[in-house]
Design a protein around this ligand. Structure first.
Ligand code: GDP
Ligand code: CA
Length: 322
């Protein structure tokens, strides 16, 4: 496919929702023009290994190695090692695949040798043949903590072990005040011609990125259009707990809370056709809105949604210029 020059595109990303959009963006934008800033607040250590679930989902997707059905891990991977661990009574609720282990072994070893996560991620991207610039949001340690009636849960405990069942009383990003954006993150926002916010969970995927010192301010200052895709379709997420989190936190799941969470920095929002009744309310908030089928089950749908985002960004730019 011919990739036109649309200028520099920077995408704020979590895991699976972001990966689905990125597969489309990468079909339209040259890799040297594309930067992805990836959430690392749901990183965790399992069996001594540093796992960066969102970074891995993005790298595996951009290299064509992902399992698109499952939304995480490598296509065709097996789980013998983690199952064997279970035989000793070891924790095995976080499913690390056999081939996937290589990613975590390499990352852990490099981090132990003192290399920053951003350098390790760049090396992994090179190893996988990914030419897109993939930046972890920070080289520092930020961890999402879910406060629930069961007490404090790490994000993976909440999502994977407890299957997102506990009520969410509040969400904290531990370490967010001291962690700095990784090298290149602020520049990628400042120098972008278009900033996209992927249809990722606004609380636990995009929230930590926006919480890093200087990021929100850079987005507010940016002259580039900032355009998001809603992760909810008809009030329901395609996958994951975004709607439950909204309800737990006293919001009614729809594109409106998504718009409100980004309101100080957002210019445009792409929503699903199922949510077209919200167009008026969103426009009243000063947003430009596009509606389309946002379910990206196939690469063709990903490309169609990415095209919609680019064209909405164009219309924001045109409106600003006039
Ligand atoms: P995670 O870190 O892997 O959970 O990933 P994200 O935060 O990136 O993705 C979770 C969000 O992506 C959920 O709220 C989903 O509703 C959303 N999502 C996943 N697939 C799609 C899709 O095809 N279209 C849209 N609009 N949202 C999606
Ligand atoms: Ca994630």
């Amino acid at each position: 496919m011919k990739r036109a020059r649309v200028g520099k595109v920077t995408v704020l990303a979590g895991g699976v929702g972001a990966a689905r959009l990125l597969r489309g963006v990468a079909a339209l934008v040259r890799p040297s023009d594309l930067t992805v800033i990836v959430n690392t607040a749901d990183d965790d250590v399992f069996h001594g290994l540093h796992v960066s679930p969102d970074v891995d989902t993005i790298l595996y997707t951009l290299s064509g190695l992902a399992d698109p059905g499952r939304g995480w891990g490598l296509l065709g991977d097996t789980f013998h090692a983690i199952d064997a661990l279970g035989r000793y009574g070891g924790d095995n609720w976080f499913r690390l695949g056999d081939r996937d282990l290589a990613t975590h072994l390499f990352r852990t070893e490099e981090l132990r040798a003192g290399r920053p996560l951003s350098a390790v991620t760049a090396a992994q991207a090179r190893g996988l043949g990914v030419k897109v610039n993939v930046l972890p949001m920070s080289d520092g340690r930020v961890r999402t903590i879910i406060d629930s009636p069961q007490g404090r849960l790490s994000f993976q405990e909440y999502l994977v072990r407890e299957r997102a069942r506990p009520t969410v009383r509040s969400i904290r990003y531990e370490g967010i005040r001291t962690a700095k954006p990784a090298p290149g993150v602020l520049a990628a926002v400042e120098q972008a011609d278009i900033v996209m916010i992927a249809p990722s969970n606004p609380f636990v995927s995009i929230g930590p990125i926006l919480g890093l010192s200087g990021v929100r301010a850079a987005l507010r200052r940016a002259t580039a259009p900032v355009v998001a895709v809603s992760p909810l379709i008809g009030g329901r997420p395609v996958k994951g707990p975004a709607d439950r989190m909204m309800r737990s936190l006293g919001m009614k799941p729809s594109p409106l809370p998504v718009a409100d969470l980004y309101k100080d920095l957002l210019d445009g929002l792409v929503i699903d056709t199922a949510d077209r009744s919200f167009v008026r309310a969103l426009e009243k908030r000063g947003l430009r809105v596009a509606t389309t089928n946002t379910l990206m089950k196939t690469p063709a749908r990903s490309t169609a949604v990415a095209r919609e985002v680019l064209s909405l960004a164009d219309s924001v730019r045109a409106a600003l210029a006039s």
